[in-house]
Design a protein around this ligand. Structure first.
Ligand code: H79
Length: 401
């Protein structure tokens, strides 16, 4: 397994964007299949510019883009021979995935594919062993036939779009079929596969909208979260998350050495909503400033467990996810003088001191201080809305952490 990439952009895009509601709008409104299918006649994202998406992701420090090739609704954002319910049969009539794959190639960013196991359009796709099923009258459960269908689509996805970084199966099928992942790997030997497929834990775990407890992931983990709480697909009334919330989540996942997929839902015209773009840029600028703190091992050093720590050699990083009430920190039990303390959020040097009790007899004439590293003048009010990260360079001669 190669080195996992650490930060990526998830893209949920499909016909559902036209409703401005939710990627599972059909489920939520019990929409009949034919009515939902008629959205196909309206999908025409004339402003689709995948090079812009790639630039947005790269500027944010992201290394890959993962796009929904087919969500639960069954609509395919790629040219497929195996269902008519695909992008080529819309007024747009262009292979969205191919254009994204080319843009990724041009921009030097990896491409990952999301593929839903539930398929609400396929008349033989119903899987009574799984969840998120929405059969229409007259459908028949035919798992054999559906597996062949999935393999046919995977052959298209994994041969026509260049190198694919990861495969994100969605919704575990609860059917064990090792031949599925084997087939995927036969077409893309270096691919990483997630744990939501066909009875196989794959290469990585996928906490969704969730930040697990703990200090370090046991296995490769890719957490995913959207920029807003309501939806993964475009939502006109989205409740966007705050920067504080997102940076704290990303920080914790990355401290534990997980990867993080941050999702956006492009609009029907192909553009990523302005607000979502602003969030990606803002989070990205924070990420780029602090990311060296993740190229380090988690360590448990400080007494204040609300502070996370990572360490690389003589360098210690202190992560402060909660808003500070005061503009200073005493980092118990750290009691040595560092060479420097830097606030990574803006690169400024911070003042610090370790005052030790004098040993001479007149010590009572001195002001007593705790023998703890004290960092002061932290400009907490300049950063009310993001996780702060301190970089503390220690002197190897003096300390063993
Ligand atoms: O595509 C987005 C959602 O539409 C889709 N997954 C994200 C990436 C999704 N569909 N349903 N749900 C999410 C909610 C149910 C999630 C579950 Fe699971 C799937 C519960 C059990 C399997 C994910 C995997 C959460 C826990 C394990």
């Amino acid at each position: 397994m190669g080195m996992p990439k650490k930060f990526g952009m998830f893209v949920h895009w499909g016909l559902y964007a036209l409703t401005g509601y939710h990627e599972q709008v059909r489920w939520r409104f019990h929409t009949p299949r034919e009515l939902y299918r008629s959205l196909m006649d309206k999908f025409n994202p004339v402003d689709y510019d995948p090079d812009e998406w790639v630039k947005l992701a790269k500027d944010a420090g992201m290394e890959y883009i993962c796009i929904t090739t087919k969500h639960h609704d069954g609509f395919c954002m790629f040219d497929t021979k195996y269902t008519d319910f695909n992008i080529m049969n819309t007024p747009f009539g262009r292979d969205i995935l191919k254009e994204l794959a080319d843009a990724c190639e041009r921009g030097g960013i990896a491409l990952s594919l999301y593929y839903s196991n539930p398929d609400w359009n396929c008349p033989f796709g119903y899987n009574s062993a799984s969840s998120h099923q929405m059969p229409s009258p007259g459908d028949e459960e035919d798992t054999e036939k559906y597996r062949a269908f999935v393999k046919n689509q995977l052959r298209e996805l994994l041969t026509n779009y260049g190198r694919i970084y990861t495969l994100f199966w969605d919704i575990p099928t609860n059917i064990a079929d090792p031949s599925m992942n084997e087939f995927v790997r036969s077409l893309q030997p270096d691919i990483l596969i997630n744990d939501r497929g066909w009875g196989d834990k794959g290469d990585f775990s996928t906490p969704e909208r969730h930040v697990p407890d703990g200090t370090k992931f046991e296995r490769y983990t890719e957490a995913c979260q959207s920029v807003g709480r309501q939806s993964w697909g475009y939502c006109a009334d989205e409740d966007y998350y705050t920067k504080r919330f997102l940076t704290a989540g990303i920080d914790k996942i990355r401290v534990m050495d997980g990867s993080y997929l941050l999702n956006v839902g492009p609009m029907p015209n192909g553009r990523i909503p302005k607000r979502a773009q602003d969030i990606i840029r803002s989070i990205g600028s924070w990420y780029n400033n602090v990311k060296e703190a993740f190229d380090a091992e988690p360590c448990l050093l400080l007494e204040d467990k609300s502070l996370l720590t990572t360490q690389r050699g003589d360098t210690l990083y202190v992560h402060i996810p909660k808003p500070l009430d005061v503009c200073g920190l005493t980092l118990k039990p750290l009691d040595v003088m560092p060479k420097s303390v830097t606030l990574l959020n803006d690169g400024r040097a911070l003042k610090y001191a370790v005052t030790t009790r004098p040993e001479d007899k007149d010590w009572q004439t001195h002001i007593m201080r705790r023998q703890t590293l004290h960092v002061f003048n932290i400009p907490a009010e300049d950063f009310p809305s993001e996780t702060l990260v301190l970089k503390i360079e220690l002197d190897n001669e003096k300390i063993k952490i």
